[in-house]
Design a protein around this ligand. Structure first.
Ligand SMILES: NC(=O)c1ccc[n+]([C@@H]2O[C@H](COP(=O)([O-])OP(=O)(O)OC[C@H]3O[C@@H](n4cnc5c(N)ncnc54)[C@H](O)[C@@H]3O)[C@@H](O)[C@H]2O)c1
Length: 328
């Protein structure tokens, strides 16, 4: 089988992609691209590939591109890559509007190319184990889930992150989309949602920098996601805890272990092998392997455009909720 010729565009988050494509057996990493020529040249030297500052010029030499660029560029760049017949791995989100998402999905289907959303968390071994444990029924029925993704982002005044239009919203859309995706993956179809957001502490952003979102699922279970880019000090017990009728499952904050707590005590269901060192590309390697496998086999990626749109639609519905005014 001939190797899949790959390129990565945008070398901040994309650095991880580039390293993973370099190591993946099925991939021949040919190009790294960034508007910042020094960054592109340095990465190319490190990885032994070509570099460019203009991604449109390298398309003839690749089969697949990974787009790791600011959100407002996802739709035009994905459409251009698809029109050129390239398979596309797109960093989240798919695009900033429903119309753009549908346009990308339709274009990829018509052209017959693989379109995959880089939902890195989905493909991590601990998350697969957590899903298996929830689905097994061994711990009963899910009642309630909580997830915490709280970090502190240094203000990046005037950047695309600060612009609500370019980012596509606030922290819930930008970072929370991974975890809304995970909650839907674990707990099924959402029935109703609510969300409050605030800019307190993250006034440099036009969108909310802190968000509390709630989902009730068709099963009756409820979930709460607390996401923030404004928390200097934080100490949540886990990344995610799921309370079920016969136990509690928890995913560690580093996303690498899963524990079950029952009346028999605490059992480790998954733990990272100590010999596995965590490098820049360790987490993304799983999604990139899936992307390459799908290109090779023609199978649809698990996180295809439609799947990405499910989480985006859930977030857009959450963002539209206004709550009830209190009059005391
Ligand atoms: N999966 C994750 O955990 C995760 C984490 C961070 C970012 N991301 C995603 O990765 C994407 C990029 O985010 P980031 O934080 O790296 O952004 P960033 O602004 O820090 O970096 C973007 C890079 O892309 C380059 N760039 C911009 N336009 C370009 C163009 N037209 N051609 C070539 N290069 C271009 C910039 O020079 C910059 O180096 C976003 O979709 C973001 O949501 C994902």
């Amino acid at each position: 089988m001939e190797k899949i010729r790959t390129a990565v565009v945008g070398l901040n988050m994309g650095l991880a992609h580039a390293h993973a494509f370099k190591k993946a057996e099925r991939s021949d990493l040919r190009w790294v691209v960034d508007l910042d020529e020094r960054k592109a040249a340095k990465t190319a030297e490190e990885l032994g590939c070509n570099y460019s500052t203009d991604w449109t010029k390298i398309l003839d030499d690749v089969d697949a591109v990974s787009l790791c660029t600011p959100h407002h560029l996802h739709a035009p760049q994905a459409l251009q890559a698809i029109a050129a017949g390239k398979h596309v791995l797109l960093e989240k989100p798919l695009a900033n509007s429903e119309e753009d998402c549908l346009g990308i999905i339709d274009a990829a289907d018509r052209k017959g190319v693989t379109l995959m959303m880089a939902y890195v968390v989905r493909y991590l071994p601990a998350v697969r184990k957590l899903k298996e444990a929830v689905d097994s029924g061994e711990y009963g029925k899910p009642i309630s889930a909580q997830a915490w993704v709280q970090t502190y982002l240094e203000p990046i005044l005037g950047s695309w992150f600060a612009s609500k239009e370019k980012l596509g919203g606030g922290v819930l859309f930008s970072h929370g989309c991974h975890y809304i995706d995970i909650l839907l993956y674990l707990l099924g179809e959402p029935a109703r949602v609510a969300q409050f957001g605030t800019r307190v502490g993250t006034e440099w952003m036009e969108g909310e920098g802190t968000s509390h979102g709630i989902i009730q699922f068709n099963s009756g279970a409820i979930a709460h996601l607390n996401s923030s880019w404004g928390m200097k000090y934080t100490n949540p017990p886990a990344l995610c805890q799921i309370h079920l009728t016969e136990g509690m499952l928890q995913l560690s904050r580093d996303l690498w272990s899963v524990e079950a707590v029952t009346d028999k005590g605490t059992t480790t269901l998954f733990k990272r092998q100590p010999e596995l060192e965590l490098g820049i590309d360790t987490n993304v390697a799983f999604e990139i392997e899936h992307f390459l496998q799908c290109i090779e086999s023609g199978a649809r990626p698990e996180t295809d455009g439609i799947e990405a749109l499910r989480s985006h639609r859930t977030i857009w519905a959450m963002s539209g909720s206004t709550g009830v005014q209190v009059n005391l």
